[in-house]
Design a protein around this ligand. Structure first.
Ligand SMILES: *Cc1c(COP(=O)(O)O)cnc(C)c1O
Length: 430
């Protein structure tokens, strides 16, 4: 393996040899205060593909030209617009086409799925989740538990890192699942933790949940488009993810939903229904009595927000062209380079500050994100790098989250980030 070097020359050479190098030019890189930013927050809001505008303009034109008839006469008829996203979505998350649908927003979808898959009884009502889950997930879980008349303090079992550690061990999740066994109704965890960037062992945790008779669902907000997923093979019950992080599909963009094929014909699953989940062959007869579409489409409530769907389709086409394999290959190398640069700087600056990467070192346990604890320095360092054009993410008390995204970040981005970080460490007040 090529040894990494913290030099501009090396980074430029890596970029020149990058098989995905042309893709950076397909995105808009924000320029703020006249500086082209070094954008490492694709884990929060992915950048805009230059093609997105055309996809949206096309639907605006169809609306202009056809009005309501666009549902049938538009190039991509709106009444089935979501179908144009299905195969591409299925390939990204490793699902059968019938197992996925793009619809609603993420937290909404989590609730809709929990209506079907969190079905507590008086003895089996607990949920295993991660401690410090993304706040929306915490609220969603808490409110689901309360909705069924249980006390979140009793019903939510939060798995946390061991004392002195930052990462939750998969074995600890599995042990807790086994320990509580038939009290557990559902396991629901973020596939990649938003704070530490750790990737859970989705397959083994799912297996453990099923063994004790629980349903197992995953929030894949930080995993979709970042990690190679095999949702069908891993046999998970359900999942949802947003499209605006690694999937670059516009702020607040539409969400994806997965329901395993095992559940597609189950008429006993309760669900909240709306007309877009109704069997498409007879939907417009508008008869009373809900007959769901087979598969994930049966969880749709509303007709699709076409402009947001168009933005998503633009990004999905880029993913489809590259494929997750190539993307993950570059992701591993770019992230490892970032790790190398940070470790080099930490070593050089250790008199002032050490940078501790809390994200797992093992590249099979992480995606593009690295979370760095800046020991000895606080927000001043973050403010410094922001002023110099680095867009990263700060979490109190002293964690910097950065995601070198393989689609559009370059090795030179990483090198330049390192230079700015080092200047910052040497110049900011503690
Ligand atoms: C980003 C994110 C969300 C955001 O939910 P929205 O409904 O899209 O606002 C929820 N959960 C996790 C784990 C996230 O990372």
């Amino acid at each position: 393996m090529l040894e990494y070097k913290n030099t501009l020359d090396f980074a430029q050479q890596k970029d020149a040899n990058d098989p995905l190098k042309l893709y950076r030019g397909k995105f808009y890189i924000p320029v703020i205060n006249g500086i082209e930013t070094i954008y490492f927050t694709g884990n929060s809001l992915g950048l805009q593909p230059k093609s997105t505008k055309n996809y949206i303009d096309k639907e605006l034109d169809a609306w202009k030209n056809w009005g309501v008839e666009g549902h049938f006469l538009a190039d991509k008829p709106w009444f089935k617009y979501h179908e144009f996203l299905t195969d591409k979505t299925a390939r990204i998350v490793g699902a059968l086409p019938s197992e996925v649908v793009v619809t609603h927003s993420l937290t909404t979808n989590l609730h809709l799925l929990m209506v079907s898959f969190y079905r507590p009884t008086s003895s089996r009502y607990k949920i295993v989740c991660e401690k410090k889950a993304f706040p929306s997930d915490q609220y969603a879980l808490e409110s689901q538990v309360k909705f069924h008349g249980f006390d979140p303090k009793d019903a939510l079992i939060e798995v946390e890192p061991r004392a002195g550690e930052h990462i939750i061990r998969d074995e600890d999740v599995i042990e807790i699942i086994n320990k509580h066994g038939d009290e557990i109704a559902m396991v629901m965890i973020g596939g990649v933790n938003y704070y530490t960037g750790q990737l859970f062992d989705i397959k083994e945790i799912t297996k453990a949940g099923h063994k004790v008779g629980a349903t197992v669902g995953w929030d894949l907000a930080h995993a979709a488009g970042n990690i190679k997923l095999k949702l069908h093979d891993w046999n998970i019950d359900f999942a949802a993810w947003c499209s605006y992080k690694y999937l670059n599909s516009s702020p607040g963009g539409v969400s994806g939903m997965f329901v395993h094929q095992r559940h597609e014909f189950n008429p006993d699953l309760p669900r909240f229904a709306g007309w877009w989940g109704y069997d498409k062959a007879t939907r417009f007869l508008m008869e009373p009595g809900f007959i769901p579409m087979k598969g994930a489409e049966g969880w749709q409530l509303s007709n699709a927000p076409i402009l947001g769907m168009a933005a998503h389709l633009a990004a999905l086409d880029i993913f489809d062209e590259i494929g997750m394999d190539k993307l993950c290959e570059k992701r591993d190398d770019l992230t490892a380079y970032m790790e190398f640069v940070i470790e080099t700087i930490s070593e050089r600056c250790k008199e002032i500050c050490t940078l501790e990467i809390i994200t797992p070192k093992d590249k099979t346990k992480r995606g593009a994100q690295l979370s760095i604890l800046a020991h000895g320095l606080g927000k001043n360092l973050f403010d410094y790098i922001t002023e110099k054009g680095v867009i990263a993410d700060w979490r109190e008390p002293n964690v910097i989250r950065i995601a070198p995204v393989p689609l559009y970040n370059s090795y030179v981005d990483v090198y330049r980030f390192g230079q700015i970080l080092e200047e910052g460490i040497k110049s900011v007040k503690k």
